[in-house]
Design a protein around this ligand. Sequence first.
Ligand SMILES: [Zn+2]
Length: 216
Amino acid sequence: MASRPLFLLGLGLLPGLLCGMALLPCYQPSPCSPRYVFLCVSRRQERDLARRLKTTWGEALTRRYRVLQTGDAVSTVTAAHQAVCQLYQYRLQGQAVVLDTEELWAYFLPTGDLYVSAGCVKGLDGQQVQWLVGHLLAHMHLRHAQENMGYSHLAAVIVAWLHRNNHHTTERFGNYLVRYTHWTAGQEDEADQYALSLVPVPAAGKPLCMRGLTEC
Ligand SMILES: [Zn+2]
């Protein structure tokens, strides 16, 4: 009879054990620090989500602000975006979109698409814009948005993933890519470090810290 409580205990622990085994491959070493990070979405899934996100969030953004077609900001950002994407280890096919607003923000989606406000690149030269793009790409590459998701958000993401063909849940699932962008000081340093490895160091002067360039 003594084996019955043990059997029940084992039965109770089994779901936890199975969940733990299923989630274990999601823990991966960070390329920038000795810690392990929980990455619940693969790069392929991220790109797929980002593509859908472009048609919802991206289009809403371009309805809200005018998309700049010509001008110094557009040519500088386009050149910097192309240069940085070529330096990146994975092939990215996105485009750079410069929006006509003085607000300071910029997002780099896993598809390679860059959305940046004109205010964010105002007064920056080509090299500085390359640094900015490299830094934003670093946040995406290091998957800082995923790291910043709390458990409740994670649960929402998993539920959304299970219903991924449902338009509303897919939108919610994809939104984490642009919503959880309140980076920690450590993440900013990591992004600076990664940008340094990607974008050549300027011939003169010490590397710029991205936090000095923009609030994003
Ligand atoms: Zn940053």
